[in-house]
Design a protein around this ligand. Structure first.
Ligand code: FEO
Length: 412
């Protein structure tokens, strides 16, 4: 559904001898088997041609005809997979390596360059051991007028991850780092339409929260490590190429990494579940109380909304409201899933309130407390009520919501 009508896409020229070849992936599958991609995702590979040798940076997973698409784009550059001398694997996750076995069969002579930690993963995933060479930070490969310089950037995204820099053009091939969900008709930041920008920034934030957020301290460290490089262009393996303003996406990633331990933005993510309407009844009341304090609220009902969107919203918010009923002496199960996702992603140090209804017995709080402790949340109040909220419960809820909004506003 996302393919260009009438044929294959064209490669994009980043510099002399440097091109992006890529695939547009639609919304049929979940990314990593978990995250929805309603706006699709791009899988970008890059070709770097020197006078002596040709390198291919990061592969695509054979997903929705991606390998065939990339092969056609290579042909339009008068290249084929057989012409590759060096295959750079910046990162081993299969969205960037899935077609490695196919490629090795087509070109058994190319040299595979990856970090030492990636070598056993190449073997484990693809049973490939021949022609695999480990590289480390500062190592260089001379392609003839183009040099590949490697920089290990562990945990952005997996421990074995590195980036590749071409100093002659100042291009950083960053793989997952500085990437985005979504697919865009234009390749470069200076070409995007307003509609594409309106998609790109939220889809970069959601990609960050879903894929990278757990590793935020490594993102901060990685950005510091890259700071001596003269980066003229950032070319990630998902999303667009940042040619005009690479500092914009590096700065955005730096800011998002800083949200891990708070404060984030002075906003509140309000995530709620309800069985029979008694928890739902307080949603407009709380929303109004917060908005009266001038604080923006992001509302998410679960399980109607996917955790992907709740996580993206929670990541950028300094405050959280968790509304859920007790279900069989414990948390309402879909909310347990949300809290588990927030815990795995380290949405730490937030200002929080919880409220909700119970029937014959409470119990949700017992399961909520360990999350508060694990995530170092500052819980400003809990209001639980049997059946429907009384006037006194409602007043307590409003008072707590207003206190939460104030604490979020005042948190610098
Ligand atoms: Fe795009 Fe961590 O793979």
């Amino acid at each position: 559904m996302y393919r260009n009508v009438g044929g294959h896409m064209k490669p994009n020229r980043l510099a002399t001898g440097v091109h992006r070849v890529y695939a547009r992936i639609g919304s049929r599958d979940l990314f990593e088997g978990i995250w929805p991609i309603e706006h699709g995702v791009l899988l970008n590979s890059y070709v770097v041609q020197g006078t002596k040798a040709t390198a291919f940076i990061d592969l695509v997973k054979d997903w929705e005809g991606a390998v065939d698409e990339v092969e056609h784009q290579l042909e339009s550059l008068h290249l084929s997979f057989k012409d590759i001398d060096y295959l750079v694997l910046n990162h081993m996750e299969p969205d960037h390596t899935g077609s490695l076995g196919q490629l090795c069969r087509k070109n058994p002579h190319m040299k595979i360059l990856c970090t030492k930690k990636a070598v056993p993963l190449v073997k484990a995933f693809y049973k490939v051991e021949e022609n695999v060479q480990a590289v480390a930070s500062g190592d260089k490969i001379d392609l003839g007028g183009k040099t590949l310089v490697f920089e290990e950037t562990p945990n952005i995204h997996w421990p074995e991850t590195m980036m590749t820099y071409v100093p002659e053009d100042g291009i950083l091939f960053s793989c997952d780092a500085f990437g985005s969900f979504g697919q865009y008709d234009h390749c470069f930041d200076d070409e995007l339409t307003k509609e594409e920008w309106d998609l790109l920034i939220p889809e970069t934030e959601r990609y960050y929260a879903n894929i990278v957020s757990s590793f935020s301290q490594f993102v901060t460290r990685g950005i510091q490590k890259l700071s001596p490089l003269d980066i003229k262009m950032v070319a990630p393996s998902h999303g667009i190429v940042w040619r005009k303003d690479p500092a914009k996406v590096i700065g955005l990633y730096g800011r998002l990494a800083g949200y891990m331990n708070g404060p984030a933005e002075p906003e509140i993510t309000f995530v709620w579940s309800s069985m029979y309407g008694n928890t739902a009844a307080m949603v407009p009341v709380i929303k109004q109380a917060i908005e009266e304090e001038g604080v923006k609220v992001h509302l998410h009902e679960v399980p109607a909304e996917h955790a992907s969107h709740v996580l993206a919203s929670a990541w950028r918010s300094s405050g959280l409201v968790i509304g859920m009923p007790t279900y069989e002496y414990r948390m309402f199960p879909p909310m347990y899933h949300i809290l588990d996702i927030l815990d795995r992603s380290h949405v730490n140090n937030r200002k929080v309130m919880r409220y909700g209804s119970f029937g014959w017995s409470g119990g949700a709080q017992k399961q909520f407390d360990p999350f508060v402790e694990s995530l170092k949340w500052d819980c400003l109040g809990v209001v639980e009520y049997q059946g429907s909220a009384s006037e006194a419960d409602k007043n307590k809820i409003i008072e707590t919501a207003k206190a939460l909004a104030k604490s979020v506003k005042d948190w610098k």
